[in-house]
Write a protein of this length. Sequence first.
Length: 364
Amino acid sequence: MPVGILAVARAASAFPGGDMGSNRQRALALFVVAIVVAASVAGCTRPPWSRPTTTTAAPPTTSTNPPAQTRTATERYGPYLVPAARSASAMGMIHNAFAQNLTRPCTNCYITRMRANLITADGTTVNVDDGLWLHHMVMWDSAKRDMTCPNGLFNAVNMGQRFFSSGNERHEVRFDAPYGYRLGANDRWTMIYELMNMTAQARDVYVTVTFDYVPATTPGYRDVTPIWLDVNQCGTSEKPARTGQYSYDSTFTMPGNGNLLRLWGHVHDGGTHLTVTQNGQLVCDSVATYGGSPEFVEGPASVDMPGMPHISYMTECDGTPARPVAALRAGDVLKLTAYYDSDAHMQMGTEPVMGIALGYLDAG
């Protein structure tokens, strides 16, 4: 399961051991994940409960022409010791721990690409087939204010702006020139992370994020503004798991204008897709792929269900300055709906579910 969203716990609090079959204790809630939406409006006319066919094709990559001065850096955070699983219903967990004052790839720059990963000390990538999950991670920039939760989580804890999130599907965020996420000299980053271990041995892992960036002096570059939509907006991002076909939704009223350049969704296992509408008109439909490549299928080391596929990709909606995903205006009502079908895809017991969409605006 992937990223969810936000929580508010003591900084650097990790709670070993997790019971996937009961409600988990938390110091404050959270989860994130952001995540992708795509498929053209023309391709979004299928009935809301239709079950997308699982595909085995690799997710498409976004083509872009980065300027010559583009640089790449990978930041490594950790190590984090993930406890061993006690049983198939009690996965080893680090629950919503906080890491503060994270190292950043650059200052006075525009970030043009971000992708999270989970690795071991020798740099080997690990995933579901190894019994290890990047359940979710979310990053905040303390120098900026969040659009959809300007007062912070629970309208009380303001850690800044949520600018990047990933679930275990490890979606890559990429901006086409001349756009990027602006990083100043005084910005400070915080990360919340939740990691899961389905094997019988505790494991040390690192969360990494790979960034592409260009100097802030690159001619013509413009800053993007993240927009976070959530079925539990400004709360834990979590909703109770149910059975059969069901959905959760929420609405958000735009406080200003902006052209939506890209958007994608995030759901937990059992989710089929996630939609976003603007004043009742479909803007985007982010569809889940299960087991799209071997690393997203449980391997023999799993104490849970070897051979079980999990979410490997969420489709994304992409626009351009001339043809944005949506031209949003102050007062527009955005509605997010996350669709689940536990008969089509097995859920993770009573583990809470999520519905999140993360997008980026050219707000002028």
